[in-house]
Ligand binder design. Sequence first.
Ligand code: FAD
Ligand code: NAP
Length: 313
Amino acid sequence: MINLAIIGGGPAGLTAGLYATRGGIKDVVLFERGAPGGQITSSSEIENYPGVKDVVSGLEFMQPWQEQCFRFGLEHNMNEVSKVSKNGDFFDIFLSDGSKVEARAVIICTGGSPKKSNIKGESEFWGQGVSTCATCDGFFYKNKEVAVLGGGDTALEEAIYLTRMCKKVYLIHRRNEFRAVPITVKHIKENPKIEILTPMIIDEIKGDSSGVTGIIVSDVNTKEKRELNVPGLFIFVGYDVNTQVLRQDDGKMLCDTNDLGQVKVDLNMKTSVKGLFAAGDVRESAMKQVVIAAGDGAVAALSAMEYLQSQFN
Ligand code: FAD
Ligand code: NAP
């Protein structure tokens, strides 16, 4: 039996682990299916985390977090959690390797995953010219033309990043207005390597055995079509929260979620189930920022510590 299980090792989970272990809680385990760090490790840069004044890549940014957060005894179990269930006063953590761990309290920090666009050819050429990570794949298109789909912060920031290595970047968005913050939109409009195509949609991704060879785009208003001979398409159309671990055998969720599937919490990150907390992008109305996920993680850990002391001491 462990005291606290933290599911997910992004900024929320790592911070929760730091606060819980530094606060004196023993037997705290962070379940993270891959290397800790979370979504931000796929970002080419971060410049809005207070105290970190230099622009660094997401990977570089998370490196000291990993060192600091494991310093006080936090244990990393590199495993995927398939389900979390309540068993009397305790929780059962079911792992994808078939094993089970019992915990007195749980913090869900599972974040989100990139959404698919469902464009014709997306699945066929996924990883063969279709990507959701400019940092990982941008280098393959050095001095070539690429296209980016989406109008949010991720699409615009990654389009700017791609201009550093690519000859030209087509930014395709279905509306004339962007969802991204105004300063990023300004940077996009001022960048001579970016051609903005709005309001446009992608009808089809074309390719052959070597991968993507081009895309067909069409104007939402005029329906006029255009073929872009790009070998790479970066899709950034948002993401879904990862709440599969909360789904029970009867199909119901372990705790209350909203219409978007996000976990409902109070200001102390408490869910509707005693001893179960949620933090970061997975929770309702999250602002989806590293600084907020980290703050949530700290709050959830402090609440979990209070719960453990009041229930089991
Ligand atoms: P995540 O970072 O999503 O971490 C969740 C972790 O849980 C992941 O590591 C995942 O592997 C793990 N996990 C999920 N399910 C399971 C399971 N079943 N079992 C085990 N492990 C599991 N924010 C900013 O503040 N500034 C930025 O500049 C910025 N840039 C961004 C750029 C990009 C490309 C993206 C995608 C996001 C960006 N964000 C930025 C948003 C920021 O990354 C997120 O708000 C933040 O990472 C959320 O942290 P989290 O810990 O809640 O979740
Ligand atoms: P997002 O804000 O949800 O934007 C998704 C974009 O994709 C929208 O412009 C949307 O168009 C478009 N879209 C959705 N489905 C589509 C489809 N099927 N076909 C074509 N276009 C489609 O997602 P995000 O950009 O990944 O950002 C997620 C969160 O992380 C946001 O809260 C964001 O602020 C945050 N973030 C912050 C930073 C930063 O602070 N620097 C950086 C990156 C991300 P519509 O606009 O028409 O809906």
